[in-house]
Design a protein around this ligand. Structure first.
Ligand SMILES: [Zn+2]
Length: 332
């Protein structure tokens, strides 16, 4: 939706909008059609002031969708993409529908809150509160919005980066198709949890000329069961009896000698890495020798929130573990 995208460009500060769903047959990924009842919530939804504390930049400029009642381009295209939402979803062709004073510029993929979202194709990532966009290596661009902004189990609209995006992302980085991006939500003007998904053809012209209906691409999309793991130094596997936590620093307690990591993935001795698709925090107790090897507490505290570290820990379920050998700040 254009207004959503304007909000992306300026600052989240929406008014009385609905990206509501219409009653009708909804398609699941596996082709089932079901009827659902949707309730449009009409009314003012005001968002908190712009809160982008975690990253100073958004990366590449987001595509700003047309805000107009003129028909959007109708040409159908099938681009090879990975379906951007994991698990069971419901969606229908809502592209070009009239939504108040504008045409709906994407397709709404409904899924439960906190369902993982993955990159549909590889490219350069832009991100800001509620939204992300990818300038694909193929020349195509996509944008997704309404990512989760609620603390888990609430509707408070006060959730931070850790319940919205994967922990190890930063604007401007290159992501690969299938990489974990973030969580489905109902932020902004959404009336139910969904990913609003837009696609743009290659080129520098106005978005009105480049926007495309993503329906056929979504219908033909490759469906994956779990995000593609993109861990640094994947060959630095844990030994038998160990596991490797890969994550980002969220808290440092010098007195307790602990670092709290938000996990992005874990790896087992055979090399298999599993992406963490729910926010999981792990406290790791660091020895003095390990501390010295990474440059001390000051080096850990200076890490950007998306910088990845690895801790090789005993393969036990304890909440606080001590690395068995290495504690590594990964090159970014
Ligand atoms: Zn939408």
């Amino acid at each position: 939706m254009e207004k959503v995208n304007n909000a992306i460009r300026d600052c989240p500060n929406s008014g009385n909008r609905t990206c509501g769903c219409n009653v009708g047959g909804w398609k699941t990924v596996n082709g089932l059609v079901r009827s659902i009842t949707c309730v449009l919530v009409i009314g003012a939804i005001s968002l908190a002031a712009c809160k982008d504390a975690w990253h100073p930049e958004w990366g590449p400029t987001p595509p700003v969708a047309p805000y107009s009642l003129n028909n959007l381009p109708a040409g159908r295209v099938t681009q090879p993409i990975i379906f951007p939402v994991l698990g069971e979803t419901r969606w229908q062709d809502g592209y070009n529908e009239v939504r108040g004073k504008f045409r709906h510029t994407g397709i709404d993929i409904k899924a439960p809150k906190m369902t993982p979202i993955v990159a549909p194709f590889s490219g350069k990532l832009g991100m800001k509160k509620m939204s992300f966009w990818i300038y694909g290596d193929s020349g195509w661009t996509m944008l997704g919005t309404h990512l989760n902004d609620d603390n888990i189990g609430t509707q408070d609209g006060r959730g931070d980066h850790d319940v919205m995006f994967a922990p190890d992302l930063h604007p401007g980085q290159h992501v690969v198709a299938g990489q974990f991006i973030g969580y489905v939500g109902e932020s902004g003007d959404a009336t139910a949890p969904h990913l609003h998904f837009e696609m743009y053809a290659p080129g520098d012209g106005p978005t009105m000329a480049r926007i495309r209906n993503p329906f056929d691409s979504l219908k033909a999309a490759h469906v994956i069961q779990a995000p593609i793991a993109c861990i640094p130094s994947p060959k630095r596997k844990p030994r038998n009896g160990e596991k490797r936590f890969v994550g980002c620093v969220r808290k440092v307690d010098i007195y307790a000698g602990t670092v709290t990591m938000l996990l992005s993935a874990s790896q087992i001795p055979n090399g298999k890495a599993t992406v963490s698709t729910v926010p999981q925090y792990r406290k790791v107790k660091i020895t003095q020798a390990q501390l010295r090897s990474v440059g001390g507490w000051s080096a850990i505290r200076a890490l950007a929130p998306y910088r990845r570290i690895s801790a090789y820990v005993p393969d036990i379920a304890d909440q606080v573990v001590r690395p068995t050998r290495q504690f590594v700040i990964e090159a970014q």
